[in-house]
Design a protein around this ligand. Sequence first.
Ligand code: PLP
Length: 480
Amino acid sequence: MRLLSTKATCNSHGQDSSYFLGWQEYEKNPYDKVHNPKGIIQMGLAENQLSFDLLESWLAKNLDVAGFKRDGKTIFRELALFQDYHGLPSFKKALVDFMAEIRGNKVTFDPNHIVLTAGATSANETLMFCLAEQGEAFLLPTPYYPGFDRDLKWRTGVEIVPIQCNSSNSFQITEAALRQAYEDAKKRNLRVKGVLVTNPSNPLGTTMSRSELNLLVDFIKEKNDMHLISDEIYSGTVFSSPGFVSVMEVLKERNDVVTDNGVWNRVHVVYSLSKDLGLPGFRVGAIYSENDTVVAAATKMSSFGLVSSQTQYLLSAMLGDKKFTRNYIAENKKRLKRQQRMLVSGLLKTGISCLDSNAGLFCWVDMRQLLHSNTFKAEMELWKKIVYQVGLNISPGSSCHCTEPGWFRVCFANMSEETLALAMKRLKNFVAAESQRNSSSGCSAGALLNNNNGSFKRKSLTKWVFRLSSRDHHREQEER
Ligand SMILES: Cc1ncc(COP(=O)(O)O)c(C=O)c1O
C-alpha cells in the first residue's frame, strides 16, 4: 500500500537537478570571510542584494508604515482581518504604476486586470492551471530557468516542449525553431496551448528584440487557440542598451483589432518584486491580463497563494512614493551594471567569455574550451570541479536545458565586490593550474583543457560526492 500520493512522490519537481543540488552543496559549506574563508561562494542564486541600503533608508524614514500605522493610528486589526483575494486596491494601483514606470510609461496597466500571487512561481503555475489541461503543452525557448520544471509541470501535469535555441545566433528564437518545437509537440501527441518566454531572459541576461516578440505574437495569432506568457520578472534590471521592450508595448504598437479571440486576450504578463526590488522573501507576484475570464479564474485560484496584508500595506506606501521608486530603479541599474562589468572583465582576464548581456542578475558564461570533450558528461565533470575544488556554486547549462555543453549561468548580484573579486581569483588560479597540468602532459596551449584532436587523457575525479541526477544520466545515455 502506498502511503503518499503519486503527485507527492513523482520526480517531475526537478529537485535532483544540478541547479538545486548546487544549492545543497553550498548550504553544507557556505563561504564566510571570517568564519569559513575556504567555503563555497554562492553564484547559483539569482538574488539582488545590491540595493538593500536604499530600501532600508526608506523604511527608516517611514517608521509609521513599518509599524502598521495610518495617519499616526494603528491599523493592526484591519490588516490582521483583511483576507480579500482581490488584494488591497492601494497596493494594486501602486504595483501597476511601478510596472509602468519600469517600462518608461510607454504602457499603462489597469489595476482591475492584475491578480496578486505569492511570487512569480505561483503566478506561472496559476496561469498553467487556467490555460491548459493535464497533458497539454507549452513551448519554451532553451536555455530556460530550471525552476520552470517545477512551476509549470509538477502539480499541473502540463508538459514543456523546448524551442531549441543555440549559440550561433546568441540563443535568439527563430521562426524555424519555433515551428520545429510545434511539430515536435505534435509528434508527441501533445496539444500546444501556448508559448512562455522570460524577457529579459533567465539564464541569458538578455532582452528580447521587437522582431522576436512580433514573431511570437504572429505565431499565436496564426494558431487561434494559443496563448503567450511573458515572464517579465527581470524587467527592472535592464542596465544597458538595447532597452527593455515589453510584450505589452509590442501589442500596443501592432494595433491588432480587439476581439474575444484576438491576441490582446491571449497575451499574459507575469511579474514579481523578487528581483527588481530584491524581495523574494516577501512573496509578491502578479499576473497581468486583458482577458477578463483569465483574470477572474486566476483571482479565484489566488486563494492558494495570497500576498499577506501587512506586506501589501507596506509596499503600497513604498511603491506609491514615486520619487523613491524612480531613484531606486535608476540607482539599482547602475549598481547591477558595475557588478556585471566586474564579472565580465574578471572572466576575460581568465580567458573566459560571456554572452553579451544587458540585464538580469547573472551572465551566461561560455566555458566550452574548458571541457574535456563536447558532452554533458564533461560539463558535469567541470561543474563538480568548480564546486568542490574552486569553491564556486554556478549552474550548469544542462540544468537550464541548454542543448550545447559548456555553458554556465553565473550570478553576480548576491555578493559584495570583494567576494566577487575572490571568486574571480579562485577561478583564475584553477584555470592556470589546469592549463599548466595540460601543457606538462603535452596538451596544446591553445585550448586550456580541451584537446580537439582527442589525445587528452581524462583524469579521474576523486571528489565526486553525489551521483549524477537522473536527467543528467539520461542525457549521457543519449550521448553514447
Ligand atoms: C524567470 C523566473 N520566473 C520566476 C521566478 C520565481 O520568482 P519568485 O521568487 O517571484 O517566485 C524566477 C526566480 O528565479 C525566475 O528567474
